[in-house]
Design a protein around this ligand. Sequence first.
Ligand SMILES: [Zn+2]
Length: 350
Amino acid sequence: MEDSIKYFRELQRNCSSQLYGNLEEVLMYRKKQLNLNDKKLKKIVKKFKNRSFLKYEEKLYNQKIAKPFLDVLPLEVSEKLRDVYIGILPTYKINASATKAPHGKPIIKLHCQLMTAIAHYNETQMLYGEISKNSEANDDFLCKSYLEICNCFIYQPYLPKMSLLPPLLNQEKLQLVYRKTFLHELFIIAHEYAHIYLGHLEIKTEDKTLMQKCELDADLQAVKWIFEAINNKKMKGFQSLPYYFAIEIFVLFHILEVNSSTYNDDKIITDLHKKLTPEEYCMRKMNLINEYINLINKDLITNDHDHPKAVVRLVNILVNTKDLIDEEGQRFLLGMLHNVVYYETFKLNS
Ligand SMILES: [Zn+2]
């Protein structure tokens, strides 16, 4: 572990950008929302002043998210993963990966821009619900806020503007946003753990089909672990959230893909507001299922990427976890699939 931490410090020194917003600025923006007075605010700023934020965040991921997760997994699994250090890279690239450090031990790299994007997405979702409650659904807000994440993804270096998220959520709702964000981060970590556990780091290949299949396997393993950990064993700190919320991360990935070059399908009409006929909707769904079957059974891929499309990954999870998910969870997943298929062309106007 010590060697892995040392390696991360070296990597972090080589990252030119320090990617955290000014804490005082963030707290000022959220002052009313968090019920902070000046004295309290100053106290928090002072407390964090001398700490390295990266070390603080790493402790959070290793101790508060990964450890309780490993604690409830079967011993045979947790023994293999216990020594994997999770480190943060302060770069603008939205990414995470499992890799081997020079001393040979597997490590997990989380890029902080990915965490920022997840938090921004979840707060947008919650705000959209709140705003739409009192007035008509505010699609303009939704699109602007999503577009910001997409721009961060495409045009690095770039931090999502906080001002796009009006500080309207009460503490309870904001807490829910953070808990959901943690759950999505847990999915990312579990997915990377799965690559390590399933031996994917030993496979040296340029074959995109094989790489895409490895991604599907890692997704499935991650989901099974999360369902087991949270649903059956009531993992500490995550009890209050439905475990199937973890899979919503694919909606974020989908939005990023559709709005960047990773999802180049110009044949489909790109209009967020276009009402699809039932036939058009069914066609899209059929195409998607065919894409999944082609990858699984015929080793055929439609895009030359390391990862299958997020929607294909979602189908893979749906098909293979039917027996593990309760009725409510299945309804949630089917609703998500419906949305991503319906808004397959969720293109945001730039
Ligand atoms: Zn992966």
